[in-house]
Design a binder for this molecule. Sequence first.
Ligand SMILES: Cc1cc2nc3c(=O)[nH]c(=O)nc-3n(C[C@H](O)[C@H](O)[C@H](O)COP(=O)(O)OP(=O)(O)OC[C@H]3O[C@@H](n4cnc5c(N)ncnc54)[C@H](O)[C@@H]3O)c2cc1C
Length: 439
Amino acid sequence: MLSNEETVDIVIVGAGVIGVATAYYLQKNNPSKKILLVDRYLAAGQANTAMSAAAVRNMFASSTNQLLTDTSIKYFEHVQNEIGYDLMFEKTGYLWLLSEEQFSHESVKLWIKRMKESNISCKVYDKKQLKELIPNLNVDFTGDDEAELMNLQEVSYGLFGADCGVLDPTRLVEYYLEGFVKISKVKPRYGVDVQTLIVEANPPLELPGEPFVWQKKHVVGVRTNKGDIRAETVVLATGAWANELLDPIGIDSLTKAKKRQIFVLHAADKAELLEVLNTKGFSEMDSIPFTILPSAGVYFRPQHQEKGFWIGCGDKFGREYKYIQTDEDLVPESAYYEDSIYPVLSKYFPAFTDARPVNSWAGGYSYAPDRIPFVYKKSGVLVVGGASGSGIMKADALARIADALYRGESEAELFGGKTMPSTALGLKNRKVEVESVII
Ligand SMILES: Cc1cc2nc3c(=O)[nH]c(=O)nc-3n(C[C@H](O)[C@H](O)[C@H](O)COP(=O)(O)OP(=O)(O)OC[C@H]3O[C@@H](n4cnc5c(N)ncnc54)[C@H](O)[C@@H]3O)c2cc1C
């Protein structure tokens, strides 16, 4: 139990992957500080981090997202291969299946050009090569009235990124959390629901009714269901709930939530599906890559531990944005799989015919307007969020930037020695390009 009021140097609200990674770097680089990590769930990494497909890619169009992901993924590889902490990171690669029209679109040309300029591994496969590698892939919709009715675009090309893959988000959370707990002076606390940020006059004049508009103000802590916690800095890593705490104090997070779902299919009893899962030729590990279909936003992740696939869909128009994620967003819709995803999936990959989910879950993305995350400090609050559906793959870099900003460093050093201005992801004067490659 918390005492009715206590004081720490930094309180971090949100123990998702971004909160735990931030806690780790803050404590590592500010060893004398008393840092308290809190979450309203009963353990770390239980919200959207646990709902994630946990795929990681450096194949972005903006140099900002390229840098955030490329350095984070290299760090994850380092953790697994050099430090020896198994994140279950598998370099399956990413495969974008594209129609002729998509492949020749200006935005795709620019995307490929920018990846080449940044030395991001990407290889183009033509239809014939794809068919040889994945015999089950349907690349010919000629005379298929259903495919026409469903607006399905025929596959002509594949864009493959070899340095991408999948990992286990729980292992990643545990890695940072264990690192933080080892060096922290205070144990993380769960079941702590932050209800408001406490704003006070700076300096206080002890007048009734302050702060007044003419006074300077700052956030001095958080009010929770277990009492107040005062802190010199409040770090908000509250993902798709950011608006809940920021709007009431007049900070516009500029982020919106959107529901996303995952459906699990097992392949063990279906030879054709197993063959797709164990596709040879893309990577050393004989696996179909994380694959994005040309139409409707449908994608799948290979899941070798359970001999199956995780299927998702990044639908855009027609799927509402929300102010914050709600409980309804945690409920997967079986009809969404049956009527929306399945018809598309089984057209491109007939091996999925009759495949039905054995499990499913849902959560939310926290979208930033330009699909680039936010890291900023304002009046005593340091906000890290707006990961736009790719917070796992950017977590390491975002946490390092948050720490650099806290320490007042102008540049954040990312893994491998590359740097980024610590204010580049600010609310104002952002030094970022708009991201066009979002799933
Ligand atoms: C279906 C789906 C698929 C995805 N696939 C991928 C993928 O393949 N790759 C990828 O990189 N990303 C993916 N994502 C996105 C990824 O999951 C998120 O970007 C990432 O988890 C964000 O981390 P976070 O720490 O900000 O959020 P969260 O894990 O949601 O953590 C936020 C925490 O804040 C806590 N919190 C919020 N408000 C309060 C409060 N008032 N008081 C106390 N605690 C509070 C919550 O309880 C929660 O634990 C996917 C997301 C979904 C939903």
